[in-house]
Design a protein around this ligand. Structure first.
Ligand SMILES: [Zn+2]
Ligand SMILES: [Zn+2]
Length: 555
């Protein structure tokens, strides 16, 4: 962790080789000038005694005195005889000198810190335009962040961040974003806590055994910082999270341990044009990368031909693929999780502030040799993930009340009688046994059919699944609700007519699907679980009239 206040002068400053008397003086005066500029050393305050500064900065008395003299000559501090050094106000008369001094430690333009980690001194970003706000540190828990020159409290408080995965990395990211006061956290995980998680998950306790990771992580975040708002979803992000939730986020942080989920997040983020931050850890190795749709490579671009082949192989037996994901375990330590999770949290913070990030590049960290390097991925022209939805039509419709027929009717008004729906998730229509050839009608989404259920009850062999994801209007199950075919609340569905696509959001689900009111003192909205239907027709309840009061918006 690097803080720029005087009390936490980074120790690595004294480790910069080779150190000349001159460069160290420059570094110390730059450091102090930067602290004056960013307000952490306020006008009129007295600098700590010489002895203390020497120990904090880790420099000699001669170096410190030289640096103080430089600051005095540039009218940034003044000596009061027999009292000490005091910070002068920064105005037009000395602003230029202050900036020049503060910038003295900056690396030459075009060289990133990562390329020369041992010689590039710290550079404090300076934003003198930021109005000086003096927080009350007795009562204001986020107060010290105001000293950071680029920190915008309102943006952080209003931000919405989706954290996918509440394992080792997710715990670190949730902890960091919570401490920094990121106002709205949406936490997703399908897993439950077990004893082995306790060694790398700061948010979990022994008594949490078997409880939902997402729920416990959200509850602890809210307990740590009651000023933020949280929501959790205990379920599979690849099938259970409506795209309308992603669309309303400022950033998505992936804390995942498998390729399938990363690929799904990558596609979803591309579809709704959201940046996402990926992290991966194994033993003492880790990597962190930011993907921004349309800017450089995406996650799928980074996969080798072999990896893509492996994935398609697994997709050819989808029931088995899901089973493998559920069993996947990667050995990690809490230390590498906090390093990579810390980097991910900082990238999320930059995205929230609209600060520049480096999309399509990866930062590798090797904890065995403390090596760190950045590489740019090459975007693939034929990458299948590079597709962003156009205008999204918001329907006052809800997944559990709207039938396939309802939606098809709406699409046909817009796209003509040829319009069909394209579901994101495969719908298993039947399972057939290759041995005894018995065929069972299923009509349930892939994620609701377990690996065990895929086996023939008579012969015990894995049955072949017949699946579809296109709804053409010929089906005999058009009366089924969207929920029953695996469409999550607040999802965005695609319709097409061979030439063009239209995109429909189930915006009627918004109040229940995205509220950030879990663990609030006030009664949270009643959030019902997903409705799972048995096979067979379902009596139709009152249906929203989706064609009325439609709202269109540009995103
Ligand atoms: Zn790509
Ligand atoms: Zn059989």
């Amino acid at each position: 962790m690097i803080a720029y206040g005087l009390t936490t002068i980074p120790k690595q400053m004294i480790k910069i080789p080779p150190v000349t008397h001159h460069s160290l003086t420059d570094t110390v005066s730059a450091k102090l000038a930067a602290s004056i500029l960013d307000g952490s050393l306020k006008t009129g305050t007295q600098l700590p005694p010489e002895r203390e500064l020497i120990s904090q900065l880790g420099v000699s008395r001669a170096t410190l005195r030289q640096a103080l003299k430089t600051l005095e000559q540039n009218r940034l501090i003044e000596a009061r005889p027999n009292v000490g050094w005091f910070v002068r106000s920064v105005d037009e008369s000395n602003m230029a000198q202050a900036k020049e001094l503060a910038g003295a430690a900056a690396p030459p333009a075009g060289r990133s810190a990562a390329s020369e980690p041992h010689t590039a001194p710290l550079r404090v970003p300076i934003a003198p335009d930021k109005p000086l706000h003096i927080p009350n540190l007795q009562t204001d828990r986020q107060g010290t962040f105001d000293f950071i020159s680029w920190w915008e409290r309102d943006k952080v408080r209003d931000a919405k961040v989706l954290i996918v995965g509440a394992g080792a990395l997710g715990n670190e990211v949730i902890k960091n974003l919570t401490l920094m006061g990121v106002g709205h956290l949406f936490i997703v995980d399908f897993d439950n806590i077990e004893a082995a998680n306790l060694s790398r998950s700061v948010l979990f306790r022994e008594a949490d055994n078997k409880r939902s990771k997402a729920e416990v992580a959200a509850a602890r975040a809210k307990a740590i910082n009651p000023q933020i708002h949280v929501q959790y979803f205990h379920g599979d992000v690849t099938t259970g999270l409506g795209l309308g939730i992603l669309r309303r986020m400022d950033a998505v942080v992936g804390c995942l341990d498998n390729r399938e989920a990363r690929l799904a997040i990558n596609r979803f983020c591309y579809w709704v044009n959201k940046p996402w931050v990926d992290g991966a850890i194994q033993e003492l190795l880790g990597l962190m990368r930011v993907f921004v749709p349309g800017q450089g490579a995406c996650y799928e671009c980074t996969l080798t031909e072999q990896a893509l082949r492996d994935l398609s192989l697994r997709y050819s037996c989808p029931l088995l693929a899901r089973q493998n994901i559920l069993l996947g375990k990667v050995p990690t330590t809490p230390t590498i999780a906090s390093i990579i999770g810390g980097m991910q949290s900082q990238e999320a913070l930059k995205l929230i502030h609209g600060m520049p990030v480096e999309p399509g590049k990866v930062v590798h960290f090797n904890g065995m040799v403390n090596g760190m390097h950045t590489t740019a991925y090459v975007p693939r022209e034929d990458c299948e993930s590079h597709w962003t939805y156009g205008e999204i039509t918001e329907l006052p419709a809800r997944a559990e009340r709207t039938t396939l027929e309802d939606l098809l009717r709406i699409a046909r008004v817009d796209l003509g009688p040829e319009a069909m729906l394209e579901l994101d998730q495969e719908l298993i229509t039947s399972l057939e046994c290759p041995t005894c050839h018995t065929k069972e009608e299923i009509l349930r989404p892939l994620n609701e059919v377990s690996f065990e259920a895929g086996h023939c009850p008579t012969c015990g062999v894995l049955r072949e699944a017949t699946m579809t994801h296109s709804i053409t209007g010929e089906e005999d199950f058009l009366h089924r609700t969207l929920t029953s075919v695996g469409v999550p609340p607040l999802h965005i569905l695609r319709a097409l007519n061979g030439q063009e696509y239209r995109f429909y959001e189930l915006t009627g689900d918004l109040p229940e699907a995205l509220h950030f009111r879990h663990f609030e003192q006030t009664e949270p909205l009643k959030v019902r679980g997903r409705i799972r239907l048995k096979n067979g027709p379902r009596s139709r309840g009152p249906v929203d009239r989706p064609t009325q009061g439609r709202v269109k918006l540009h995103d």
